[in-house]
Design a protein around this ligand. Sequence first.
Ligand code: CP
Length: 352
Amino acid sequence: MEENMSNIKHFYNTADFPPEEIFKLINLALDLKTGKKKKYLDGKILAMLFFNPSLRTRVSFAVAMQKLGGVALDLSVKEGSYTFEFEKGVRMDKDTIEHVKEAAGVLSRYCNGLAIRASELITTSKVSVEVAGWEQAKKDKVMKAFMEYASVPVINMESNLYHPCQGLGDAMTIKEKFGVTSGKKYVLTWVYHPKALPMATPNSEILTACDLGMDAVIVHPKGWELDERIIASMERRSKEAGGSLSVGSSMEECLENADIVCAKSWGALKYYGNWEEEKKLKVGLKNWIVDQKKMEMTNNAYFMHCLPVRRNVEVTDEVIDGKNSIVIDQAENRLWVQMAILTTLLGGSDQI
Ligand code: CP
């Protein structure tokens, strides 16, 4: 099969794959959307474990499996309902019910793939949660444990570091709108949000923007830098694709001549999980909102946001409801890229 990623077991980070594999997935997703290609996962089963809330990812994966003729099981593992142990060699005499080693092993016998969301700052809590710092978070210990112990492919539905399905869905949307993407100016702008938010989406969005060979710009206030190691990976991907990557600190300056404006809030790495400190850094940053005046500085840019979005905090109604807003297309395309990922990883066929 042309799209087969035969030597690839898990889908953790788009940058784990050569750019040509990323393009194959995007092209397959576009072909599935237009009906040019049909793929099936007849009778195959995906177990979805959500350690955090989700609307788009949960429904789009379930719908993807249904459309492909397979089944998605939505397992409730949120805190308090079922607790796994992730440490090795631990005496399990406290509150964890079972070790991930058995859980991943058993699920691998029942299912053809596992999909995991484990991003500790995604909560339904009205207040920001306190968690261990970035050094701990970036180990992605839940996702890595499932990847280590599962004998079937594991798909990252958002970890602390990466949200590869979002990145791929964004890239598909950009390709769908522009066709040729090299030379287009893509701006990922930090925006204000009243809560502490994860780093995964901006990381994956910029990584795939770099794969498209665009002139990618990240703009944020001082103190909101992305992880240096991931920036280095973005730079490598960008160079390889013939694009560029730069970082700025003025939204107005960076939006000039932009073809795409992607808004996203993320956390301050220095204070990751320490909301009391992070919120002090947010004082005076409420003007980091995408409004019509700022959009008028662009090259008639499309507006993107991964959703969920805080209206009139991250972006004004005028912009998100405007003709250049493609946020619903962007969310729809999560479905098509996930169908491409699922059929590629779980061995989809062209016939039922
Ligand atoms: N963009 C995204 O992943 O949305 P959900 O958190 O609703 O899944």
